[in-house]
Design a protein around this ligand. Structure first.
Ligand code: GDP
Ligand code: IMO
Ligand code: MG
Length: 425
């Protein structure tokens, strides 16, 4: 019963969409496990370029069932928009399955995300403003609406009336903001319900049936393990668990059914939004990485913060998630450097840290301890085997492997599906 988890190793945007698309060609099922429309997963192949937010990145693979698991929060306009876009471009979405347990992002979640960010002023999280945090908060406090309720007009009416009333009171009293009108929200939801109805099932059953057949099932996480609500850089995190454990929970797969955990990291580090990033480069090198890696948010267009590879945080997430295979993506972005650096510890006046602490104040003043490695100063974008990579690039990947303690078995040398190298040991 082999399930494989694909998770982001640090702060997101590591190339999960690309690897999911590549591996989906030999899988029977892909399950997106967490997150919502805050994600932006890029897929580039012979069909064109796609930026998926909710749609599992496998959707272009006809032989594969693409599942939105129970751990996802669904912004209906985004999902319906993605379905329509694919249909208009001539693609088939009949292989899509949507969990009846997934929660719905309601209009007030988006409003509250924006209002809360404004209230935090300079301490803002820098969320994607898509309503994800408030939707997960309502899920946990048992005020959420699920797809199963959306499918039953009478249940939807009853639950919606209660939740809308409470949220309108909150919006007015705490934020002085306008509320929502029941009929308009109900109509919008009912229309979306009819659009997604053909795809809604008990996905946990579908997933287990597939595993019981001995099929290959991939679990696609969104975000990255350093954005995890428990083990990330709280409070500068997302509101779900983009971890191996979270992947199991969100997809409806047991830990004992997982054979492989692929952790994807970039050859350097990026982060969007606020929060600590000890290996950040606020100089010309950081700018060059940003330009070469086209490091601008897939969803928001925001410039991503850039820095050298943070092996401290990477080692932490590789260990905690039981990463069996590491993919280092965007190796080609470093093709122009004479020297490459990797952060191996956080230095303070009188001590060093080798992990990311719970209290972010304990990171203030951290200076990265750099390990310097020779660059390769050579184009890697046409490399297709491990041996095609320059020796210095292979040495760099080996150094990452040794430092974070997990085998680097994949490398990315460009955005296209073809630009993925698997190491044959
Ligand atoms: P995800 O959220 O993890 O799926 O990653 P994103 O799609 O948000 O961001 C990754 C970006 O890097 C996208 O623009 C990809 O097309 C691009 N990309 C992925 N792998 C590579 C690679 O190996 N080299 C280069 N140059 N770009 C890559
Ligand atoms: P993918 O799946 C990068 C970040 C936001 C913000 C924090 C909280 O494409 O890798 P949220 O909207 O989730 O409440 O924002 O998390 N964030 C991401 N950063 N990639 C993502 O997704 C992200 N999803 C959320 O920038 O710092
Ligand atoms: Mg992304």
């Amino acid at each position: 019963m082999p399930a494989t988890i694909i998770l982001g190793g640090l702060w997101g945007d590591e190339g999960k969409g690309k690897l999911t698309d590549v591996l989906a060609s030999s899988a029977q099922m892909v399950v997106r496990a967490n997150g919502g429309s805050n994600a932006g997963h890029t897929v580039v192949n012979s069909n064109g370029a796609f930026k998926f937010r909710l749609m599992p990145s496998s959707i272009l693979n006809d032989n594969c069932i693409s599942v939105l698991g129970a751990g996802v929060v669904i912004d209906l306009p985004t999902l319906v928009g993605e379905i329509d876009d694919l249909l208009q471009r001539g693609f088939d979405v009949s292989n899509l399955r949507i969990s009846d347990r997934a929660h719905i992002v309601l209009p007030w979640h988006r409003a509250l995300d924006q209002l809360e960010e404004r209230r935090r002023e300079q301490d803002e999280i820098g969320t994607t403003l898509n309503g994800n945090g408030p939707a997960y908060a309502d899920k946990v406090s048992r005020h959420g609406l699920r797809i199963a309720e959306l499918m039953k007009p009478e249940v939807l009416r009853r639950r919606l009336a209660i939740e809308l009333d409470a949220k309108n009171q909150l919006l007015a009293s705490v934020y002085g903001a306008d509320g929502f009108e029941f009929d308009a929200v109900y109509r919008q939801l009912a229309e979306a319900a009819d659009r997604i109805r053909p795809y809604v099932v008990a996905t946990e059953v579908v997933v287990q049936d597939e595993l019981a057949k001995g099929s290959q099932v991939l679990i696609e996480c969104a975000q990255g393990a350093m954005l995890d609500i428990d083990y990330g850089t709280y409070p500068y995190v997302t509101s779900s668990s983009p971890t191996a454990a979270g992947a199991c929970q969100g997809a409806g797969v047991a830990p004992t059914q997982v054979e492989r955990v692929i952790g994807i990291y970039k050859s350097y580090t990026t982060r969007v939004g606020g929060g600590p990033m000890p290996s950040e480069l606020l100089d010309a090198t950081g700018n060059l990485i940003r330009q070469r890696g086209n490091e601008f948010g897939t969803v928001t267009g925001r410039p991503r913060r850039t820095g050298w590879f943070d092996a401290v945080a990477a080692r932490q997430t590789a260990r905690m998630n039981g990463v069996t295979d590491v993919m280092i993506a965007l190796v080609d972005v470093l093709d122009v450097f004479d020297e490459i650096r990797m952060c191996t510890a956080y230095q303070f006046a009188d001590h060093q840290l080798h992990h990311v602490p719970a209290l972010l104040d304990d990171l203030v003043g951290a200076e990265p301890v750099w390990q310097s490695l020779p660059g390769w100063n050579q184009d890697t974008t046409s490399a297709r085997t491990w041996d095609d990579l320059p020796e210095a690039a292979r040495s760099y990947l080996d150094a990452i492997e040794t430092t974070i303690g997990a085998p680097v078995n994949f490398a990315g040398v460009g955005p296209d599906r073809e630009q993925t190298i698997e190491r044959k040991r």
